[in-house]
Design a protein around this ligand. Structure first.
Ligand SMILES: [Zn+2]
Length: 262
């Protein structure tokens, strides 16, 4: 019922590829057609797929949206309120808009789940399959390693809530945007949440110790070699500082962080 097709996209994700998914429920849905491939063409035709949707608008997920939408006359869906961003990212106007928390009306038992954090418009698609739930989760989770949640676009508070929301659904399996299928969703969600909270704890300690700028915090908090991806580390630290500031743990003015009363 769910088919995964790995597509070469040159993404910065460790695999260098992005997964497109085909759901054979109702009128059929393709999710994240990131690049053209003969296999994707074949499957869309053979299974008579009629609809197209995205987990989010990042460039490594949208590459062949306009091609497949036009070639196979697919009905293109975008998140309600995000049609301009959708059109800017894909080059085509969506036909219809879906609402998070509601079924995707393409026939079949398909639900749209709000999972922001990695990107503001990020959603997952829940499919009921013989009594259990499976989820197409885009860049919410990876079988190993972690996704980028970086300011200004990424929202660490929202990201952790999204992981907890998915975990609470007790899905049987997650189908991620990159890499292999996740057979132990609870375990992977726990690992990803723990990873973020561990780094957050380190940042809190570093701020209290007097590391005030993003550069100083990156130097202090990251132990592994991050040469080449310093910009991602900086964006991640910013996302953590924004979360810590909202929660009242640090004062953060966009340039300098400190603890209250410091
Ligand atoms: Zn992404």
């Amino acid at each position: 019922m769910v088919t995964r097709i790995s597509l070469e996209t040159g993404t910065t994700a460790p695999t260098g590829s992005t997964n497109a998914y085909l759901i054979e429920a109702g009128e059929g849905l393709v999710i994240d057609p990131a690049a053209q491939s003969p296999r994707l063409d074949t499957v869309i035709q053979e299974r008579d797929i009629s609809h197209l949707a995205l987990t989010h608008h990042h460039p490594d997920h949208v590459g062949a949206v306009s091609h497949y939408a036009t070639e196979y006359d697919l009905t293109v869906w975008a998140r309600y309120g995000r049609t301009t961003e959708f059109a800017n990212a894909t080059g085509i106007e969506p036909d219809r808009q879906f609402v998070v928390g509601e079924p995707l009306p393409v026939g079949g038992d398909l639900q749209v789940v709000d999972t922001p954090g990695h990107a503001p418009e990020h959603v997952s698609f829940a499919v009921e399959q013989s009594g259990s739930t499976i989820l197409i989760t885009g860049d919410l989770a990876l079988a190993s390693g972690s996704v980028v949640v970086g300011a200004p676009e990424g929202d660490m508070r929202a990201y952790l809530s999204s992981l907890r929301r998915i975990r609470a659904m007790k899905p049987m399996r997650l189908y991620p945007g990159h890499g292999p299928v996740i057979d132990e969703p609870q375990k992977v969600c726990d690992r990803l949440i723990a990873h973020r909270l561990a780094r957050e704890a380190k940042i809190k300690i570093a701020v209290a110790a007097g590391h005030r700028t993003v550069d100083a915090l990156v130097d202090d908090v990251y132990e592994k070699d991050i040469s080449g991806v310093e910009y991602l580390a900086k964006a991640t630290v910013r996302a953590h500082l924004e979360k810590l500031a909202v929660e009242g743990h640090v004062v953060w003015d966009g340039q300098h962080a400190r603890v209250h009363g410091d």
